[in-house]
Design a protein around this ligand. Structure first.
Ligand SMILES: Cc1cc2nc3c(=O)[nH]c(=O)nc-3n(C[C@H](O)[C@H](O)[C@H](O)COP(=O)(O)O)c2cc1C
Length: 438
């Protein structure tokens, strides 16, 4: 959805066989709408009855919806229907007290404004920049992205006046969604049907995707692993999984199709992310390899995987004895290094929780694992684990960058932005290499 602010540029090169996200709506469901504030403008067309379903779907996607109706729209659907479905007041006309500045307040409240259906008359008023009813005034006052879903008789849609109005709106950055072709309420056949509510909701949802990784398949591993000692005991670590979950959420926000292989944690799955739960390092490796086989563009190893596990877990609970006991440990297969050696190989990002000289450890780990990027975080004195904030040192071939201490959510977004840039560079240079060697 076009914004009148600077658009977020995609750092991604489209790769063959990777489905595209964005405005086509093929990638996402509706998860980007949670807690988003939508002003839905309803103008006076037959399709206004479909807007009730639109409100229902938006509410189902956890968006907040405020409906603004034109006076003509009220001839088609009662305000009470929208009020009941949205759980919010419905705005129809200017209030008696014009000092209330409803149009400005609604414009400021909205993250997005969608006019559906948008009649020929409303499109003409928007094209002219009029503010002679509340809906037109909200559209004019809003600095947020505006989309319209035209719905009208096919001849009205084809009329040069409408064609000009729509062209003008498009040039100003207004998204024009639809119309679809087909049989019309008036009995004619042609373009002019409002897009289906589910399609409009998908497009709205996609408009909140940050987009830099749209169409990219990202696999994230997160959390600790548990290595059984006996049926009731295990060896584990202090990882909460918060950073990995935040990275998965940020990658999803950036438009990626995200699978999260998670060790045991007490966290809610991030919206729109497929979560596979595992316990042991061996099960995590198996799940990661299965995902690689399905196809993966970027692997982000944020799990705190055990380095060692009990060599021979007891089948029965080990009984307490007076004397000391020895527990034989064996090394665990290194998941990150295994992924980095796999073929075909995704772009690999590893995490390193280190004490001491962070830069030196991060460089060493990047080289030894053979990965593109290491995100190192200091864990001296328990820093980093189970906290809501963190800091990172990113190290790649020929460069490094420090991400200052902030919430794990913000840090994850910064990290994902950086990964998107490095990934785009890597795929571009791979493409150039392929062109040169061809
Ligand atoms: C039964 C009926 C159906 C209508 N359907 C549409 C329609 O689908 N699209 C449209 O552009 N106008 C339609 N109109 C005309 C609009 O209602 C009219 O242009 C009105 O001024 C629109 O006002 P508004 O854009 O402020 O809501 C219809 C009118 C009637 C009486």
């Amino acid at each position: 959805m076009a914004s009148r602010r600077a658009p977020v540029k995609s750092a991604r090169r489209q790769r063959p066989g990777v489905f595209a996200g964005g405005a086509s709506g093929t990638l996402t469901g509706m998860e980007f709408l949670a807690q988003k504030q939508i002003v839905l403008g309803v103008s006076g067309g037959i399709a206004a009855y479909k807007s009730a379903e639109l409100v229902r779907l938006l509410k189902g996607a956890a968006a907040r919806v405020r409906v603004v109706m034109t006076p003509a729209a009220r001839e088609f659907v009662g305000a009470r229907t929208f009020q009941a479905l949205s759980g919010e007041p419905v705005w129809c006309e200017w209030g008696d007290d014009r000092t209330a500045m409803e149009h400005i307040e609604l414009a400021r409240w909205a993250d997005r404004v969608l006019v559906a259906p948008a009649t020929a008359d409303t499109l003409a008023r928007l094209a002219q920049g009029r503010a002679d009813d509340l809906l037109a005034a909200v559209c004019l006052a809003s600095e947020r992205p505006l989309a319209v879903a035209p719905a009208m008789n096919q001849a009205m849609w084809r009329n040069p006046a409408t064609v000009d109005n729509v062209g003008l709106l498009r040039r100003r950055g207004v998204e024009v969604w639809g119309p679809a072709e087909g049989e019309q309420a008036c009995g004619e056949v042609g373009p002019g049907r409002m897009l289906e509510p589910a399609e409009l909701v998908r497009r709205l949802s996609d408009s909140f995707s940050r987009g830099a990784l749209a169409g990219v398949r990202v696999l994230v591993s997160a959390g600790p692993t548990r290595e059984p000692v006996d049926p009731v005991r295990y060896l584990s670590n202090r990882s909460s999984g918060k950073m990995g979950y935040a990275v998965a959420a940020a990658a999803r926000e950036a438009g990626a199709a995200v699978t999260l292989v998670s060790g045991p944690v007490a966290l809610e799955p991030p919206p729109g992310v497929r979560v596979l739960r595992v316990e042991t390092a061996a099960a995590m490796l198996e799940a990661v390899q299965a995902q690689l086989a399905e196809g993966c563009d970027i692997y982000i190893g944020a799990a705190a995987v055990a380095d060692y596990r009990p060599a021979a877990p007891a089948a029965d609970k080990i009984k307490k004895k007076a004397e000391a006991m020895q527990l034989a440990l064996e090394p665990v297969t290194d998941i990150l290094a295994t992924v980095a050696r796999s073929e075909p190989r995704p772009f690999c990002v590893g995490f390193a929780a280190e004490t001491g000289d962070l830069m030196a450890w991060a460089q060493r780990k990047r080289m030894s694992k053979g990965v593109e990027l290491i995100a190192a975080n200091p864990v001296d004195g328990g820093r980093g684990f189970d906290h809501d904030d963190n800091e990172l040192l990113l190290v790649w071939e020929g460069g490094s960058k420090r991400l200052e201490r902030t919430s794990k959510t913000r840090l994850a977004r910064q990290l994902v932005d950086e990964i998107a840039v490095r990934y785009a560079d890597a795929t571009t240079s791979q493409g150039n290499h392929a062109e040169h060697s061809a």
